[in-house]
Unconditional design. Structure first.
Length: 209
């Protein structure tokens, strides 16, 4: 059964407050998203498997541990998830990066995959899906389903800000997926925007509004 972890670290709370501010510039917004993602990644990677190694120091032999087997794979949901990639890679620079793009069909309102490129060995990796906002949960749930179809088994979802509706949707559709959130807001408005949220993360990241 998946878990929902909500961060209470003071540095993350401080940076989330700055991120929400409507007066935060595109440059600062981009840097904050990256920094928060890096801080969150520390907890997301807590259970990565380790192996025993002997390391020769200038003085003697140290019995240590290093990451075992295949490394992690980060999968940003286009386009806003791209803002989180540099932050997580600064912590795990050897990780592979896949990409997934979705759009909502105007007639059926169902998410449609328009792009998906994952490592060929994704089934052997721990996959972390990156998306700043978890609103209705429809896109996140669909992204996870598409990634599972490619063989991935161990998947986690990492969001900066989530709504209860989105969390409930992902938990219902994918009870095996852990969800990591920097903040959970109270609700969605009539346009499915998170309230109080921070606006459109993609537009604020890339200065397109």
């Amino acid at each position: 059964m998946g878990q929902v972890l909500i961060y209470d670290h003071p540095l993350i709370q401080h940076k989330i407050a700055m991120l929400r501010d409507k007066n935060t510039s595109t440059k600062d917004f981009r840097e904050l998203v990256s920094e928060i993602a890096m801080l969150m990644c520390y907890e997301v990677t807590r259970n990565l498997p380790l192996r025993d190694v002997d390391v020769e120091t200038p003085i003697g032999i140290a019995h240590e541990k290093m990451l075992a087997g295949k490394n992690i794979c980060f999968v940003p949901v286009l386009r806003a998830g791209l803002g989180m990639v540099d932050g997580v890679l600064s912590l795990v620079p050897s990780a592979k990066v896949g990409h997934i793009g979705l759009y909502r069909d105007p007639d059926t309102l169902e998410p449609v995959e328009y792009y998906c490129k994952l490592p060929v060995d994704v089934a052997d990796r721990d996959v972390v899906v990156l998306d700043p906002m978890l609103a209705t949960g429809g896109s996140a749930s669909a992204a996870i389903s598409f990634i599972k179809q490619r063989g991935a088994k161990n998947i986690k979802l990492m969001n900066l800000i989530a709504a209860p509706e989105g969390i409930n949707r992902v938990v219902a559709d994918h009870p095996d997926v852990d969800i990591y959130c920097a903040a959970v807001d109270k609700e969605l408005n009539s346009h499915a925007y998170i309230v109080p949220g921070l606006g459109d993360a993609g537009d604020r990241l890339f200065g397109t509004k």
